[in-house]
Structure formats: structure tokens, C-alpha cells
Ligand binder design. Structure first.
Ligand code: FAD
Length: 392
């Protein structure tokens, strides 16, 4: 019987199986559906040790950790420019900055415009770290950065809850847990890269090759911050260029997409939950308070901060270490009960749409995103009508 990940289909794609494999025969490849998936590149060399299955958060329950009582906080950076540039309150950045100064390396996510992908990388200086600011709402390619972790080094690792759950298993198996702090976030799910590639391809004739992308910006405040900022290499006058908002990362001119509230197509797809990785639907074990991290961050969307337009990071600490790091960092901290922090977050699994496979095929086709979105709407309306007829 095969004792390796070759039998897995549609897993989280976290890449820790590639990190732990003693034979280095596992690698992450982009699947036809637009998600990173592990592939055994040389099956004959597998020694059937089973480590790849043991480290895997997809095939195992949440790992045991030295949990303290879960505590909730509303937080934001004390530095206004950090708060302005981050997706919520900039706490993710501040925690990373603190640990950098304490001698940790930070494994976080940046956008690689050359490869048109989000990817984990290792930040060793504050300047390196700036690229990690802000959410990149696509699955990150983590293989190279995770593989580069060395025993004896100290690390903060940030990522989706599934990436972090496998990372917890990895550092436990490698006996590195004392030197590693883990941070995840409340996660909706990661959409297919097919969506991102199509979105970029439709904009490039207008703005040129995309050389920088940011997913959120607070030009119109925090609650309406869902708009893409893209810098292209064709800055001609036919496009409405604005002074870059994310001046810490780049100066120059940026094209801002319509906001979600005005119909930006990336956000219409992303926030309607229709094209996530299959594992984000029935196999997500990490909603609400379920985590293997020391600390969890997210947008504090509840009614208590509904008037706040600067951004508030909701934080849950799961371990003493998580709480200590938070308290030492450069953030304002307001203790809140966990119900306040998690208000507005998904509490359970979301359902995959019944037309999922067809939608992925549409994203692979030549149809434009506007047309595909109209087709999705028709499916949804059809479902509602069908349901009402069924009730009669
Ligand atoms: C795919 C995705 C889904 C999300 N879903 C929700 C949700 O349902 N509810 C919610 O409240 N928040 C969600 N978030 C998190 C939210 O957008 C903010 O990142 C969070 O509020 C922290 O903001 P901040 O200002 O404190 O962090 P920042 O200082 O802006 O730091 C952001 C951190 O996120 C990491 N990161 C960015 N993109 C990725 C990525 N693609 N994969 C892994 N790590 C990444 C960076 O390395 C950095 O450490 C999601 C983020 C992503 C990437």
C-alpha cells in the first residue's frame, strides 16, 4: 500500500510535505483548477516513510498545542502610516516587526509580479518586511520559503490557518517548536489563480504589465477598502492614474479598480465564495476559534467598530507566547470578549456551489469575467426559482 501523499486529491497545498520529505521528491505544482498541489516527482525513490502524511493538516486532526485560555483583543498599530497601509489595523506587521528586532526571521507573504503570484518569502530586515503588508487574496506559493527554514533559527511564520496547522505539525516533528511563533488569520478561503490571471489579463491591455498589486486600500476608508491598486508599465493618459496610496512600498502612479461596492469583478467572485480551493469548502477545519497558531488576526468587522474607518485588527491569542508577543508590540490594545472579535467572521464551513466544475471550466475558457459572472448569476437565480417551485 502507498504510504505517501500521492493518493491525496485537492488538499490544502501547504507544501509542508515537500519540506519534510527526506528524499526531496515532492514539489508543488499549479493544478488545472488553479491551486498549488503536491506532486511526487520521482515515485520510485519514495522510501514509504509516511512523514509527508504525518505532517499534513489535511489528513490529520488539529495538532495538540500548549493552549492557554483564548483571549480576544481589538488592536491597531500606533504608527498611522502602518495602519493606513495594512488591511485592517496593521497588527500583523507590528508583531512581525517586533520579532524581527528580537532576532527572528519572518516568513510572510509578498506579491511577485514577475510570476504573477503571491508567495511566502523570508524577511530579515524591516525593509524586506514591508512587502508583507496587506492581504493578497490568492493562495500563496510556500514551498521555497518553508523549505529554507533551518533548525536552530528563530522564526515567525504567518499564513492561512491550514498552512499554519501543517507548520505546527512540522515544527513539532522537527523539535523546533520553542523557536517558532505561528500566526494565522480568520480565513474565508483562497480563490483559484485562474480568476486572478484572467482579471490581470483583462486589465493589462489598458495599464500594461502589472508590476505591483495591492488588494485593499483605505482611500475611501476601511469598510469600503475592497479595491485593487495596480501599477502598470504603460502609464499613458488614457488611464486614470492616481498618486500611489501605498507610498511605503512604491511611489509613482497607481490604477485603482472600482470598489467592491461599485462592482469590481475580482471581489464579486472572491466574496461570493464560488471558486475557492475545493479543500476550503468541506475540508476546512479552521473557522472561528479553531486554530493551531499562537495568535490569530483578522478584520474586526462587528458593530462595536462599525464607525471606525482607520482599521482595527481583531486578535485572538491561543497561547501565552501569543499574548506576550502581542503585549510587547507597538499596538494599541483593547481587551474584548471573543464574541466581539469574531462577530462578522464565518462560523462554519461554506458550501461549494453546485456549478463549481462548470465555473472552473469557464474560468479556463476565453470568455471574459463579466460574461462569466452573468452566467454565475443565472445559475444562482435558477437555483432559487427551482427551490421555490420545489416548495410549491
Ligand atoms: C485569502 C485570505 C482570506 C482572508 N479571509 C479573512 C476573513 O474571512 N476574515 C477576516 O477578518 N480576515 C480575513 N483575512 C485576513 C485580513 O485580510 C487581514 O490580513 C487581517 O485582518 C490582518 O490585517 P493586519 O492589518 O493586521 O495585517 P497586515 O499587517 O496587513 O498583515 C497581513 C499578513 O497576512 C499575510 N498574508 C497576506 N496574504 C497572504 C496569503 N495569500 N496567504 C497567507 N498569508 C498572507 C502577510 O504575510 C502578513 O503577515 C484573509 C486574508 C487572506 C489572505
Amino acid at each position: 500500500m502507498t504510504n505517501n501523499i500521492s493518493t491525496l486529491k485537492n488538499c490544502y497545498g501547504c507544501s509542508l510535505c515537500a519540506s519534510i520529505c527526506p528524499k526531496h521528491i515532492i514539489s508543488l505544482k499549479l493544478s488545472k483548477t488553479g491551486f498549488y498541489q503536491p506532486v511526487i516527482v520521482n515515485d520510485g525513490d519514495c522510501v514509504q516513510c509516511g512523514l509527508c502524511l504525518k505532517v499534513c493538516a489535511y489528513t490529520n486532526a488539529l495538532p495538540n498545542i500548549d493552549r492557554a485560555i483564548v483571549q480576544g483583543f481589538a488592536t491597531w498599530s500606533k504608527e498611522p502610516v502602518v495602519r493606513r497601509m495594512a488591511s485592517s489595523g496593521g497588527t500583523g506587521f507590528e508583531l512581525a516587526r517586533l520579532l524581527l528586532h528580537k532576532g527572528y526571521k519572518v516568513i510572510a507573504v509578498r506579491y511577485n509580479a514577475e510570476q504573477q503570484r503571491a508567495e511566502h518569502y523570508i524577511a530579515e530586515t524591516e525593509e524586506d518586511l514591508i512587502q508583507s503588508m496587506g492581504s493578497k487574496y490568492i493562495q500563496s506559493f510556500s514551498e521555497e520559503a518553508f523549505r529554507a527554514m533551518k533548525k536552530g533559527g528563530k522564526y515567525l511564520v504567518t499564513g492561512t490557518p491550514c498552512q499554519i496547522a501543517s507548520m505546527r505539525r512540522y515544527v513539532q516533528m522537527k523539535k523546533m517548536e520553542d523557536d517558532v511563533v505561528l500566526m494565522d488569520f480568520f480565513c474565508h478561503g483562497v480563490p483559484s489563480k485562474l480568476l486572478w490571471d484572467k482579471y490581470v489579463a483583462e486589465l493589462e491591455p489598458k495599464i500594461g504589465k502589472v508590476i505591483y498589486a495591492s488588494w485593499r486600500n483605505k482611500r475611501a476608508g476601511w469598510h469600503d477598502s475592497w479595491a485593487m491598486g495596480l501599477d502598470g508599465d504603460k502609464q499613458d493618459s488614457s488611464v486614470d492614474w492616481h498618486d500611489s496610496y501605498n507610498t511605503l512600498i512604491r511611489g509613482g502612479k497607481t490604477f485603482y479598480s472600482r470598489k467592491r461596492s461599485e462592482g469590481d469583478l475580482f471581489y464579486k467572485f472572491f466574496l461570493s465564495d464560488v471558486c475557492f480551493n475545493k479543500a476550503c469548502y468541506k475540508d476546512c477545519k479552521f473557522k472561528n476559534l479553531q486554530s493551531a497558531a499562537d495568535i490569530r488576526i483578522g478584520d474586526l468587522w462587528g458593530h462595536k467598530y462599525a464607525e471606525n474607518e482607520d482599521g482595527v485588527t481583531g486578535v485572538l491569542t491561543f497561547t501565552e507566547r501569543g499574548e506576550k508577543v502581542l503585549r510587547e508590540s507597538n499596538v494599541e490594545i483593547v481587551p474584548e470578549i471573543t464574541e466581539v472579535v469574531t462577530e462578522g467572521q464565518l462560523k462554519g464551513k461554506i458550501k461549494s456551489p453546485y456549478y463549481y466544475t462548470f465555473l472552473i471550466a469557464l474560468l479556463r475558457s476565453r470568455l471574459n469575467l463579466g460574461t462569466i459572472y452573468r452566467i454565475v448569476q443565472m445559475f444562482r437565480i435558477g437555483r432559487i426559482i427551482g427551490y421555490k417551485l420545489h416548495l410549491k
